[in-house]
Design a protein around this ligand. Structure first.
Ligand code: ATP
Ligand code: MG
Length: 475
């Protein structure tokens, strides 16, 4: 493998450890990805000795010298060199207690260090010592697991997972990213000790969920999470979607599997993490709104409104960002049916303007979500919808060019209204402003100052107000 160890850091390490009579290896994800021909962005170095000392020596050999970040509590150090994050750790032996992910750590050998790794494919180590440069250390047959596309733990799976329960989700994430199969014993072990996921912080869990959502086919991981029972613990709102009820011989669709299809479909058309999250959560309120109505069938009335309301609570519980990203997902969930309604009917300009107004710059994303939401097995139906979406997109474009609704700013401000009618801040101002906005969206007046001003005068009159000042020439 030595011809693949091209990053300049390997040579530097090799020289230092030769002089100091140490042993060091490149280990973990980098080695795995080398065999898989995947690009990695970080390099993990394990040294039998002090990782921090080795990092310091490496940093001082790099010209110009680079900074290192030292994490004393973990005995690790990190530096950035040639676009890679390089992490140094001393080989260690770990023993775990039941109630914590934090192990008791002692110095150890390479083997001890490989024993504490999560999967056999992540325990591969290449020697960096001159004599054995590039030689593979593979005590658990990780290479053969790599070739057979298998995820397996180095020790008894229950031991490995119980020591650090995050590994259960990491395994599912690797299976999804790499298209590998988790061995049945490991799946069984997850089912047995799934409850231990509760000691893992939400941030770590969400990191893994994000990585699953960023793969080409997140349904693989989401199904594994469901089948092992982990999803029920970490995301009960999603497992609540997984059922089918029948009344009077009428069944509704399984909204969990529908959601997975929508997520997989949207991944073909966007790399945006938060749009993928919106796809995952778009029907989240279907269980809460489900009703069987005689003569009509199953309905989920208002699931978009209730769903949007659920988003902040879900984000908060999972310690996800409570900022514009959450607002974006909430908005997508709220609006997800709107393009479909437009695509079902003859599209009026007014409805298109309203959608543009409500979606703003996120209109493209909303269309992408709505298109992914079509999962019917009836090809004719699918084609009809997709074709109608094309018409909606064309209308959106035409109307945006004509009326510039997307970043709508009211052409007549509250200030102008106050001055014209000599009003103090009051209810009337809001009424007039809304009336102007509605008139523009309904196409009754154009989106410009002149027409909006005229309309304001008319509305004022209807409310019994008299214009006291003429500001019609003010713009
Ligand atoms: P990626 O960088 O694509 O997420 P990776 O395998 O490199 O994948 P990292 O989190 O960068 O994962 O960790 C580097 C290595 O450290 C892993 O390959 C594995 O050997 C080890 N490792 C990381 N997290 C754990 C864990 N929770 N339990 C055991 N070993 C771990
Ligand atoms: Mg890595």
């Amino acid at each position: 493998m030595k011809e693949h160890l091209t990053h300049p850091v390997f040579n530097i390490i090799s020289e230092i450890i030769e002089k100091d009579n140490l042993k060091a290896f490149v280990i973990g994800g980098f080695v795995r990805d080398l065999f898989l021909n995947r690009q990695s962005k970080d390099i993990d170095i394990v040294v039998v000795g002090s990782g921090i000392d080795l990092a310091k020596k490496v940093a001082s050999r790099i010209k110009p010298e680079v900074n290192i970040s030292v994490f004393k509590a973990f005995g690790t150090a990190m530096l950035k060199f040639n676009n890679f994050e390089i992490e140094f750790v001393g080989a260690r032996k770990e023993s775990y207690r039941l109630n914590s992910r934090k192990p008791i750590v002692e110095d150890g050998s390479l083997e001890d260090d490989q024993n504490r790794r999560d999967f056999t494919i992540n325990a591969l180590a290449l020697s960096l010592n001159k004599k054995t440069y590039g030689k593979l250390n593979d005590p658990f047959n990780g290479l053969s697991d790599l070739n057979n596309k298998i995820i397996r733990t180095p020790l008894e799976p229950e031991q490995t997972f119980s020591d650090d329960p995050l590994r259960m989700i990491r395994g599912i994430r690797f299976a999804t990213q790499l298209g590998f199969t988790i061995v049945p014993e490991a799946i069984e072990a997850i089912k047995n000790i799934k409850e231990r996921i509760k000691i893992v912080s939400s941030e770590r869990i969400v990191d893994e969920l994000n990585k699953i959502l960023l793969t080409d086919k997140p349904s693989v991981g989401l199904k594994l999470l469901e089948e092992t029972g982990l999803l029920e613990i970490i995301f009960p709102e999603l497992t609540a979607l997984n059922n089918v009820e029948t009344i009077n011989n009428q069944s509704h669709k399984n909204n969990f599997y529908h959601t997975l299809e929508v997520v997989d479909q949207i991944c073909k058309n966007t790399d945006k993490l938060w749009l993928r999250w919106a796809a995952l959560l778009h029907d989240i309120a279907k269980p809460a709104t489900k009703k069987y109505v005689p003569n009509i069938g199953w309905t989920f009335h208002g699931h978009e409104f209730i769903g949007a309301k659920m988003i902040p609570g879900i984000f908060k519980r999972l310690k996800m960002p409570m900022n514009e990203k959450m607002n974006y997902v909430r908005k997508m969930v709220l609006l997800h049916l709107r393009p479909i309604i437009l695509a079902e009917d003859i599209v009026s300009d007014s409805a298109v303007r309203r959608l543009l107004f409500d979606a703003g710059d996120d209109i493209e994303d909303l269309m992408t979500l709505a298109e992914a939401d079509i999962t019917s097995k009836n090809i004719k139906k699918v084609n009809k919808y997709l074709n109608n979406f094309k018409i909606v997109r064309k209308k959106l474009k035409d109307i945006e060019e004509k009326d510039a609704i997307r970043n709508f700013q009211p052409p007549v401000t509250g200030e102008v209204i106050m001055k014209v009618f000599e009003l103090k801040p009051s209810r009337e101002i809001g009424i007039i402003k809304d009336a102007i906005k509605d008139a523009i969206l309904d196409g009754i007046v154009k989106n410009n100052f002149k027409e909006a001003y005229e309309y304001m005068l008319q509305k004022g009159k209807e409310l019994g107000l008299t214009a006291k000042n003429d500001l019609s020439k003010s713009i």
